[in-house]
Ligand binder design. Structure first.
Ligand code: S3P
Length: 429
């Protein structure tokens, strides 16, 4: 088990790029695999989660080459995947297991998907239920709510689905199954989650319509391989944004970051707290908005977080909690129950760790209340096997009195293998 100690820093300075977007990288492999022709992907994230997706499609007979620069996928067409001869291991990746389950629901072969000890505790009913309604047969532990899942797919019926949760994984699983359904499949969610699937489906030539917080996909339409460039992951950039905001005397330029409006909730929240964050040179790359982000240290104030910004910042809450701990006054997070079913229960994990650092935190069912402190203490904290908990605590350490020792940091490799060296590079002692 890797344990790392991060020392306090005087400032965070420089110019960096962060690795490719995790969500877009997953989708590029999935759509590339079922498209006709070749798909090439530059800027692909080679983290544990995306390598699990790559392995899954190789196991279904898809040729995928990676020269370290570009990932090239030889598409098999909508009906060209072959039955995997073994269980598909999705590792720690919720996106891999849920999206692939949607895709497998449309295949006329048998498959089993599973994952690591954390993934096997995460709720799968949210995809199993709608996919079963479409006609797939899916069995799993605990009445089909936990992996491993055994999937027997085939011809599917189109459905109109009202998702009880705002979840891009649920929406995308149904969209992928919808490609195999007879007619138009619609998904509506309470408030719009990340729309990378909608954008990439369009790029690959799928027929779809979007409306306020929903999408309709036409079944049976063949996809065409594309050349894709993946922007930097705003979820990874957020750790560095918070590092620069909370560390006095900092100025950091993060180049080439995806700023899709369904993902920029953290920027909105941090700005509402008083953060000096500027988006420069806004442009578009493979159908996704991109910008350079300039961040300067700022005196932050607590704020109230709830509503439609929550799904737009869903992966950024561990980092936002650290900003709140360093802000003047109180920050409340509500309507964020989904945080309890991420890689770990992120409400409980952040509350426990922040208390260790001397921050008063109260938990409630769907969120937490954080009282900012003058200075974080230091101490020993743990990641609970969750990459984003580990990285947010490393950022907290920069403004701690004694430094912070984080247990179990191997998980960082699932989304950001170069995080610790990059943090060291920009933080001045
Ligand atoms: C993701 C969707 C989100 C997010 C996850 C990636 C995706 O999960 O937390 O890291 O790529 O679709 P939910 O759909 O469970 O909100």
């Amino acid at each position: 088990m890797n344990t790392i100690t991060i020392r306090p820093a005087a400032s965070v300075k420089g110019e960096i790029t962060v690795p490719g977007d995790k969500s877009i990288s997953h989708r590029s492999i999935m759509l590339g695999a079922i498209a006709n022709g070749t798909t090439s992907v530059r800027g692909f994230l080679r983290g544990g989660d995306n390598m699990a997706t790559m392995g899954a499609f190789r196991a279904m007979g898809v040729r995928i080459d990676d020269d370290g620069e570009t990932v090239v996928i030889q598409g098999k067409g909508l009906h060209g995947l072959s039955e995997p001869s073994d269980v598909i291991d999705c590792g720690n990746s919720g996106t891999t297991i849920r999206l692939i389950t949607g895709l497998l629901a449309g295949q006329s072969f048998f498959s089993v998907v599973t994952g690591d000890q954390y993934l096997r505790k995460r709720p799968m009913k949210r995809v199993v239920e709608p996919l079963t309604r479409m006609g797939a047969r899916i069995l799993g532990r605990n009445q089909g709510s936990l992996a491993p899942l055994a999937i027997s797919g085939g011809s599917l019926n189109a459905i109109g689905y009202e998702s009880p949760v705002s979840s891009a994984q649920v929406k995308s699983a149904i969209m992928l199954a919808g490609l195999y359904a007879d007619g138009d499949t619609s998904v509506r969610e309470p408030s719009l989650s990340r729309d990378h699937s909608e954008r990439m489906f369009r790029l690959f030539g799928a027929t779809l319509e979007t409306f306020d917080s929903g999408v309709t996909v036409k079944g049976g339409v063949e996809l065409q391989g594309q050349d894709i460039t993946v922007p930097g992951d705003i979820s990874s950039a957020t750790f560095f944004m918070v590092a620069a905001l909370i560390t006095p005397g900092s100025e950091l330029l993060i180049r080439n970051v995806g700023v899709n409006p369904t993902r920029t909730g953290a920027i909105d929240i941090l700005r509402a707290m008083g953060g000096d964050i500027q988006l420069l040179d806004q442009r578009e790359l493979s159908g996704e908005p991109v910008a350079d982000i300039l961040v300067r240290s700022s005196r932050l104030k607590g704020c109230a977080i709830a509503g439609s910004v929550v799904p737009r910042a869903i992966d950024e809450f561990p980092a936002i909690c650290v900003a709140a701990a360093c802000a003047e006054g109180v920050t409340t997070v509500r309507e964020a129950r989904e945080l309890r079913v991420k890689e770990t229960d992120r409400i409980s994990a952040m509350a426990t760790n922040l208390r260790t650092l001397g921050v008063p935190v109260e938990e409630c069912d769907d969120g937490m209340t954080i009282n900012g402190v003058e200075r974080l203490s230091g101490g020993s904290v743990e990641s609970f096997g969750d990459h984003r908990i580990a990285m947010s605590l490393a950022v907290a350490a920069l403004v701690s009195t004694d430094g912070i020792t984080i247990a179990d940091t191997g998980c960082v490799a699932t989304s950001f293998p170069t995080f610790f060296p990059l943090l060291e590079k920009v933080s001045r002692g």
